[in-house]
Design a protein around this ligand. Structure first.
Ligand SMILES: [Zn+2]
Length: 303
């Protein structure tokens, strides 16, 4: 959850503040600003601190706009000014807009703040609209109904996206590694591949796009003179035609006896219609062999 800090939105310093502990927090209270969705957080703060209200700060603990951006108001544990008798027990979240303006993005963000508050409190907090605790139309029928439906969000895709596919493969036989040539490693052993990324079983593909992925490959190379230069890389190969895009290249030097190459891609994406493969090259003068290897990858599918 990304929260736009007070410094980032240009907040005035509070005139005073008092804090509570998570033990005091029992509920989240949802509000609307009842102004245009283009209202700035600073203008709301100016109104709350100005002659009409004379509060010490913007009244809410957090504010959310219709794009789903989250703004820090008083924050998690400062007593708010949003609902009499519920400013210590309740975390006030304000949607910037009027009744009917709440978007799925705004709802997801309010829900994210609620979930984070429960996590920090270590228990479930009540879900309330302002009108549940005060004589007011706030937060409007749309948001009030949403709060009392349990704050549902349409994030089914995101939830699925959070569970990566796991691919774990190994080499089943040595491969020749002639000098000055990129050799694509074949993975003859399959330990895990629930989503069939290694679909050409026994072949080279590790991840089938579209996906975000990370990948680790370890191979053992034998037959090289000490100090011989080696390289490893991933390539993304188009299913249609031979189009190839190369990923980051890592460099190694051969050691005495067998040389172990540890290759890692921390985060990358592969587009639809492309497959990720792993390649090794050596720049000595005599042939060598890749005698063993394994690769593990996590892939998050993208729509
Ligand atoms: Zn309210």
């Amino acid at each position: 959850m990304n929260i736009i800090s007070r410094a980032e939105w240009g907040a005035r310093a509070p005139r005073a503040r008092s804090t509570v502990t998570w033990g005091d927090r029992r509920e989240v209270v949802v509000h609307y600003s009842e102004g245009p969705t283009t209202q700035t957080v600073r203008s709301i703060q100016d109104f709350h601190m100005g002659p009409d209200r004379r509060w010490s700060d913007v009244g809410y603990n957090f504010l959310v706009d219709v794009q789903g951006r989250i703004y820090e108001g008083r924050g998690w544990l400062t007593v708010g000014a949003h609902a009499p008798d519920h400013n210590s027990s309740g975390i006030g979240i304000c949607m910037i807009g009027r009744d009917g303006d709440a978007t799925p993005a705004a709802e997801r963000s309010i829900r994210a703040i609620y979930d984070e508050a429960c996590r920090r409190a270590g228990r479930s907090l009540a879900k309330l609209g302002h009108r549940d605790v005060y004589e007011t139309s706030c937060p409007g029928d749309q948001l009030w109904n949403w709060v009392h439906a349990g704050m549902p969000t349409d994030n089914v895709d995101e939830q699925e996206d959070d569970m990566p596919d796991y691919v774990s493969v190994g080499m089943s036989e040595s491969q020749d590694l002639p000098p000055g040539e990129w050799v694509t490693i074949n993975w003859g052993k399959e330990f895990s591949d629930s989503a069939h990324h290694h679909w050409d079983k026994g072949g080279p593909s590790l991840i089938v796009g579209p996906a975000r992925y990370n990948l680790t490959a370890n191979v053992r190379v034998e037959g090289l003179a000490v100090g011989t230069e080696l390289q490893a890389r991933v390539v993304e190969v188009a299913e249609e035609g031979g189009k190839v895009e190369t990923g980051p290249i890592a460099e190694y030097a051969a050691s005495k006896g067998a040389t172990f190459l540890h290759y890692n891609v921390a985060a990358d994406t592969v587009r639809k219609g492309y497959r990720v493969r792993f390649q090794v090259a050596q720049y000595g003068t005599t042939p060598a062999k890749v005698t063993d290897g394994s690769a593990k990858a996590l892939a998050w599918g993208t729509a």
